[in-house]
Write a protein of this length. Structure first.
Lengths: 224, 224
DNA sequence: AGAACTACCGTACAGTGTAAAGGTAGCGGC
DNA sequence: GCCGCTACCTTTACACTGTACGGTAGTTCT
C-alpha cells in the first residue's frame, strides 16, 4: 500500500514551458518587467531555488521569455509576396512588443537567440530572397525594418503618458518648460498636433513603415 | 587664526553636474550600465545617502545622465538645409549611443526629458519645418528617424560579439543550430555575408539612413 | 537492498535602493 | 557671546534582489 499510484507525488513537477509561461504572464500583468525569482517561484507554488533546476540562471530564463515572444510573431507564409508579407510581419512584431512591453528593453541583454527567434529570422530572410533581394539586400532590408520596429516600440513605451487624461496633466508641465526655455517649434507641434483630440502617436507607425517598404521596393533590384 | 580661509571646508561640496559626470564616466567604463548608488558614492569620496541630497531618487539621476548624453549630440545649425542636417544629426545621435551604450536601453525608463533633450528636439523640428515640412510631416520624419537610430543602436548593442575574433567562436555555435534546425537562408547569410572578412554590421546604418532620408525628400511636400 | 538521479527546500551572503534620523560646519541675528 | 537655521553628509536599518552550497524526500536502475 505504500506503492499506490500517488496521483500527486507532491505536485506535478515544474517544466521549463510552465515556468516561462508564468513568467511572461507576470511580466505582462505587473508592468514592472521581468519578475523576481522569488515572486515567480511563489506564483508557481515553489521556492526560488527550485527554478535553478530548470534554468542555469536568470539570464537563461529571460532568454526563454524573449524566445516565447518571438514565437508569437506571424511568420511570412512560404512563397508569399515580400511586400505585404513584410508589412504584416512588422505589424505583428510591433503588436507583440506592445503586448509584452518588457521585451523591447530585453533585446539588449539577450545572450543568445532561441530556436523560435532563429526560425523567425530564417523565414523573413527567405521571404526577402524569394522576393528578388540579393543576400546583401536582404540583410539591408532586415536590419532596417527591425531597427525601425524596435525603435518605435521603445519610443512608444517611453512616452510619459498612457491615456488622453494623463496627457493633459503631463502636457502642462512640458508646455511650461517650453515657454520658459523658448522652444517654439516643440510648442507648436504640441499645440497643433499632439494635443489635438484625434492624435494618436501609434499611427505614426504606419507612416514610417510605408516609407520604408516603398524605399525597399525601389531599391530591391539595385542592391549589390 | 580660527577664521582662516580654510581651502577645504571638509571637501569641496558635491554638485549635480559633478555627480552626473562621474556617473556617466563610470557607466561608460564599466560596460555594466548605470552604477549603483554605493559605487558611485565611493568614487566621489562620499557615502551613498549623500547623493540623495542632490537627486530625489535614482530615476532622477538616470534622467540627468540621459540628458547629458543628449547635450553631446550635434544640433542642426540654424537655417541649415534639412537633408544633410538630418543626416549629420542621425550620425551624431548614433555615435553618442555608441559611446554610451547604456543610454539606448535607458530611453525606456526616462520619466521626463531634461532641458538638453527638449532643446535638441526643438532644434530638429525647427530644421524640418524650415525645410518645408508641415507640422504633421515633421512629426512623421522625427518619429521615423529617431525610431530607426534608437532601434539600430539597440540591435548593434545586442550582437553577441564585439570583435572579429569573438565572432568566430560564436558563429560555430549558431551555425550548428542552423544546421540542426534547417535554417538555410540564415546559414546562407552568415556564410556569404556576415562571416566574410570585410563585413561590418555598422555599415548597415548608412544604407538604412539613406533610404529613409530619400523617402522623406520624396514625401516632404506631399504630407498633409 | 543499495546506488544514483531528479526535483525540490533551507540557509546564507553579498549586493541593491532608500527611509529615518542624527551629526556637524558655517551662517546671520540678537 | 549664544541661538537657531540651513546645507551637507553619515549612520543605521529594512526590504528586496540573484544565487552558491548543502540537504532531503521520492523514483528508478541494478
Amino acid at each position: 500500500m505504500t506503492t499506490e499510484p500517488d496521483p500527486t507525488p507532491r505536485r506535478t513537477p515544474l517544466t521549463k514551458a510552465a515556468v516561462l509561461g508564468a513568467a511572461v504572464d507576470m511580466a505582462d500583468r505587473s508592468g514592472a518587467g521581468v519578475p523576481s525569482m522569488r515572486n515567480l517561484a511563489d506564483r508557481l507554488g515553489v521556492k526560488a531555488m527550485a527554478l535553478y533546476h530548470h534554468f542555469r540562471n536568470k539570464e537563461a530564463l529571460t532568454d526563454g521569455m524573449t524566445d516565447l515572444v518571438f514565437a508569437e510573431i506571424e511568420l511570412p507564409a512560404d512563397g508569399a509576396d515580400w511586400h505585404p508579407a513584410m508589412r504584416d510581419r512588422a505589424r505583428s512584431l510591433r503588436e507583440a512588443l506592445r503586448r509584452h512591453p518588457w521585451a523591447s528593453a530585453l533585446m539588449d541583454s539577450r545572450a543568445q537567440p532561441g530556436p523560435a527567434t532563429l526560425r523567425h529570422h530564417d523565414a523573413v530572410i527567405g521571404c526577402l530572397r524569394g522576393g528578388g533581394f540579393t543576400v546583401a539586400g536582404a540583410a539591408h532590408a532586415f536590419a532596417l525594418i527591425d531597427a525601425y520596429v524596435y525603435g518605435f516600440a521603445l519610443q512608444e513605451r517611453s512616452l510619459p503618458f498612457e491615456t488622453v487624461d494623463d496627457l493633459e496633466g503631463v502636457a502642462e508641465g512640458i508646455m511650461q518648460s517650453m515657454a520658459d526655455a523658448h522652444l517654439p517649434h516643440l510648442a507648436e507641434m504640441f499645440t497643433e498636433l499632439a494635443l489635438k483630440p484625434g492624435y494618436d502617436y501609434g499611427e505614426e507607425f504606419e507612416v514610417g513603415l510605408d516609407l520604408i517598404l516603398d524605399g525597399l521596393a525601389r531599391r530591391r533590384t539595385d542592391w549589390r
